[in-house]
Design a protein around this ligand. Structure first.
Ligand code: B12
Ligand code: SF4
Length: 658
């Protein structure tokens, strides 16, 4: 017998910002489709938002699939479009049962059910409720005993009891096979495949503007780190996912669980990038293990700073000190990761002066990415009552943190809009010059790509268009950066293939690490198999210095020549090895008087057609292990106190070996 179909559709809503960076997978439906399948139904996911399609295509899809159920999800801004989907479903076939869930319907179910096109609202966590609801409806029973729903019965609205949260998040089935993986990309990292893995649900804090703490009743549940890592590994191997979003509100709440997760990721050594958000206070708490974050693959951390003055932070119950935010951003930077943060504008007390102050302070916080968000009054958030008198916009589509919907006492809504744009312009002007002088190649490339994406986004262009065009200085810088990025890419593609990039944080001053690494006679100390370095052509190594080397592989000695292709004191060292298999090693140094971030990037000349495939796999695997070992050895040696003394003894002489 054919199983009944349930078609999950994402609302085709777009408002710019987050879509600039990528195409994000609907994890919500991966879980819900898993539950529907478990209930004996055939789930289908249609990600209309990602596909960039409109209601016409959605209509065609519903006709083509011919489902018994159409389900959608809604946050406040997407609610009108979600409703439109259900309306279309009913117009096609009034027998189709329509279901909606998500944060907005959970709290606003009375409003939602005023619309005849909605049959059921699932309130709260959805998996168990949906499973039970589908089974019940299939048996033609009244769902009045099913916890966590609201529906109409004889013109009355029935609200059943709340459903307790699922105890074991690891028990939930997922329908990863229904995802059309080619659709999901993170544009900032070339050739990436973007996935999302949830490691926890909820947050125990109570920021008054936030919907999430209300949705999860200030509770928090974490998954077993082993299961999370197994899921990441599965998606990496099976579907080639190499960029993962942790969509959790608060993944770091339990330090020991979090550290275990990081340790397991480090142990697996997968070549992946992780994006996450957390609270500033946890970054300070974790200052001793932040290097593990980076080593585990975390490259981008969003910190919700929200406000730059203590008064506002206290008003919104953010439970954080101004200094904590500043320190957190500094620590993340020091550990080689990218920071993103947001500042909320448009509180009822806002004035042009308070906005200027926020802008000035946001530059002191100095994240890599700053967002200046328009305060959105979710109609179910704690703050709503206070904000209600100032709301001038009733269209939920504008409750997206971009369009201002609140008119402060002393400013017009247009002034708020313009001030937000000014903040963006002013902040990013400064950023561009900063990026140009960055030495961390990964970070520089990441930021350049992001800038280019932002500047070519129709949302930003449209917004900037409101107050004029991109200032000529910015335009010039973008072009310059664009050219640099292009040349960088060309060099890599034409001359060699960048195979491995690995970084480590060393608790030693940059000068010390540089003088250690830039001393060829010490290389055999930390490169396994390197027997000796001889015949150095100059007294002190510099660009153009040549040397001879002997390497031992399984007892067989191989000798060759090397040249220092690039030499920038305390910044960069590129070594080019000539042999049967030419190889380049670029070593980048960044940091300060206390810490050094050391990055090694290994590249090869492209091998011939037949050999290239095998060579690249073998070389890459070998070099991930080798590069990691080298970095760790350097870290140990540079952090040992006796190395200073040893360094002092070393003086590079042509032909001598110490
Ligand atoms: C990933 C994410 C995105 C992705 C969405 C990808 C996708 N298609 O799902 C992207 C990056 C595109 C995105 C965009 C935006 N987002 Co967003 N996003 C998130 C994030 C981080 C995680 C959501 C998630 O996947 N959760 C995991 C799943 C399993 O949980 P869930 O979605 O809540 O679903 C459960 C229940 O709600 C329920 N349920 C939900 N839907 C349904 C449907 C049915 C039928 C049933 C039965 C049950 C059910 O069951 C699910 C399983 O238990 C949340 C913050 C957070 N931590 O939740 C913000 C969040 C949802 N986003 C938010 C916002 C504001 C936006 C933007 C407007 C931001 C912007 N200006 O660009 C845009 C809107 C664009 C759009 N069209 O959606 C806000 C919403 C606030 C609100 N109350 O309205 C949140 C809460 C972030 C915040 N800090 O406030 N977002
Ligand atoms: S810490 Fe974040 S998720 Fe938690 S209540 Fe505050 S804003 Fe919401």
């Amino acid at each position: 017998m054919q199983r009944k179909r349930i078609l999950f559709i994402t609302p085709p809503y777009h408002c710019g910002v987050v879509e600039v960076a990528g195409r994000w997978l609907p994890l919500t439906f991966v879980y819900l489709a898993g539950a529907a399948r478990e209930a004996g139904f055939e789930p289908i996911i249609y990600d209309a938002m990602t596909k960039g399609v409109g209601f016409k295509e959605i209509e065609q899809k519903i006709i083509e699939v011919n489902p018994s159920y159409v389900a959608t999800t809604a946050i406040t801004s997407t609610f009108p479009d979600a409703l439109e989907i259900l309306k279309i479903a009913k117009e096609i076939n009034n027998e189709i049962i329509t279901i909606i869930g998500g944060v907005h319907p959970t709290f606003m179910y009375k409003d939602v059910l005023k619309n005849g096109c909605v049959d059921y609202v699932v309130r709260g966590e959805g998996e168990e409720t949906l499973r039970e609801l589908l089974i019940c409806l299939d048996l033609d029973k009244d769902p009045e005993d099913i916890k966590g729903i609201a529906y109409r019965k004889a013109h009355k609205i029935i609200v059943t009891n709340d459903r307790p949260f699922i105890r074991d998040l690891d028990s939930l089935p997922t329908a990863w096979d229904l995802i059309e993986w080619r659709d999901y990309r993170y544009f900032v990292i070339p050739n990436s495949r973007l996935g999302a893995v949830s490691t926890s649900r909820g947050c125990s804090h109570n920021c008054t503007f936030c919907s999430q703490q209300k949705f999860w009743h200030q509770t928090w549940r974490g998954r077993d780190p082993e299961k999370v890592v197994a899921e990441i590994e599965y998606l990496h191997k099976k579907y080639g996912v190499n960029v993962f979003l942790f969509p959790d509100e608060y993944p770091t709440q339990d330090r020991s669980r979090w550290e275990k997760l990081l340790d397991l990721l480090i142990e697996k050594g997968m070549d992946i990038y992780l994006l996450m958000e957390t609270r500033a206070a946890d970054i300070l708490r974790d200052r001793d293990i932040l290097w593990k974050y980076r080593k585990a693959g975390i490259v981008h951390i969003y910190i919700g700073v929200e406000a730059t003055d203590q008064e506002t932070l206290d008003l919104i119950k953010k439970d954080v000190q101004v200094e904590t935010g500043i320190e957190a951003i500094k620590l993340i930077h020091e550990n080689g990761m990218i920071t993103e943060t947001s500042f909320i504008l448009g509180f009822p007390h806002e004035t042009p002066e308070t906005i200027q102050r926020t802008l000035a302070l946001s530059k002191i916080y100095n994240p890599d990415f700053a967002h200046y968000l328009a305060l959105a009054p979710w109609p179910y958030a704690d703050m709503y009552k206070e904000l209600k008198p100032y709301i001038v916009e009733k269209d939920y589509r504008k409750y997206n943190l971009i369009d201002p919907v609140i008119k402060p006492e002393h400013m017009t809504i247009q002034e708020i809009d313009k001030a937000i744009i000014n903040c963006y312009q002013s902040f990013y002007m400064g950023k561009l010059t900063e990026i140009m002088s960055m030495t961390d190649a990964f970070k520089k490339d990441y930021l350049i790509r992001s800038m280019k994406l932002m500047m070519s986004s129709s949302f930003i262009v449209e917004k900037l268009g409101n107050i004029g065009t991109i200032p000529p200085q910015v335009d010039k810088l973008i072009r310059k950066i664009g050219q640099v990025a292009e040349t960088d890419r060309k060099t890599q593609l034409d001359e060699d293939v960048s195979a491995v990039t690995k970084s480590i944080i060393i608790n030693a001053p940059i000068e010390k690490v540089f003088s250690f690494v830039a001393n060829p006679y010490l290389w055999p100390k930390y490169i396994t198999g390197l027997k000796e370095i001889t015949n150095i052509s100059t007294d002190k190594i510099t660009k153009g210095t040549t040397f001879g080397w002997t390497y031992s592989i399984r007892g067989v000695n191989i000798s060759g020549q090397g040249i220092v292709a690039e030499y920038e004191e305390n910044k960069k060292l590129t070594l080019q090895m000539h042999s049967l298999l030419p190889m380049r090693e670029t070593i980048l140094f960044s940091g300060d008087a206390e810490k050094t971030i050391l990055t090694i990037d290994v590249g090869y000349k492209k091998a011939g057609k037949i050999l290239s495939f095998l060579f690249n796999i073998a070389r890459r695997t070998l070099n991930i292990v080798e590069t990691t070992a080298i970095l760790e050895k350097i870290k140990i040696l540079c952090e040992q106190n006796n190395i200073d003394k040893e360094d002092n003894k070393i003086y590079i002489h042509s032909g001598s070996n110490k």
